[in-house]
Design a protein around this ligand. Structure first.
Ligand SMILES: O=C(O)CCC(=O)C(=O)O
Ligand SMILES: [Fe+2]
Length: 195
């Protein structure tokens, strides 16, 4: 059966893509040094807006990497990789980072349960999510970034410096930290509605 609308077919989709070695150790140190406890927000999200659900979806501390000249190199690196990945894999329409890059810190007991970064409202503009592993795997236990593709759960590599790019509609979570601290950068590339 073939009933074509006449548009060319092109696909190279992957639920998530991993890169290594793009951030050098001294660059990761510079990023970690941006952390300021007094700029930190406690990120908590409830599962339902109506208040009937008390289960928390998320517990972590976050702050934002200001889009200022001294941080431009971080934005440039993340943007370059997002565009490369997009050109090879997704061909989404992208506009850029319309939200500041987020620095996240998960301490013992912190987690981020299954969610999409995409949804109704402003976040419907999120097209690609990018995460950078900023902690050495032996600095923490638990804290796995995992993806759900149907019933298969896939854990992202934990190696410090690994960058993970994925479409913002892919389900993912960070499992509870049982020991130590995990830090990450999270960025969202925005684009116009899907068409
Ligand atoms: O910390 C991570 O690697 C991912 C966090 C996350 O999923 C988010 O902030 O939306
Ligand atoms: Fe997320």
């Amino acid at each position: 059966m073939n009933y074509s609308f006449g548009l060319p077919l092109k696909h190279n989709f992957a639920e998530q893509i991993y890169y290594n070695g793009l951030f050098l150790p001294h660059e990761i140190k510079m990023i970690l040094d941006l952390w300021k406890d007094d700029e930190t927000l406690k990120a908590t999200l409830s599962a339902g807006e109506s208040g009937e659900y008390v289960d928390e979806l998320r517990k972590s501390s976050v702050m934002f990497i200001k889009n200022e000249p001294q941080n431009k190199w971080v934005y440039d690196k993340m943007a370059g990789l997002a565009m490369k990945t997009n050109n090879e894999r997704y061909w989404f329409d992208l506009l850029g980072f319309e939200e500041e890059l987020q620095l996240t810190r998960y301490s013992e007991g912190d987690f981020f349960d299954w969610h999409m970064d995409f949804g109704a409202g402003d976040i419907s503009a999120r097209k690609l999510s990018i995460t950078v592993q900023l902690s050495d795997p032996d600095e923490y236990e638990g804290g796995d970034l995992q993806f759900m593709a149907n019933q298969k759960v896939i854990s992202a590599p934990r190696e410090k410096g690994t960058i993970i790019v994925f479409p913002s509609f892919v389900m993912h979570r960070v499992t509870p930290i049982t020991k130590g601290v995990r830090q990450s950068i999270v960025g969202w590339v925005w684009g116009p509605p899907y068409r």
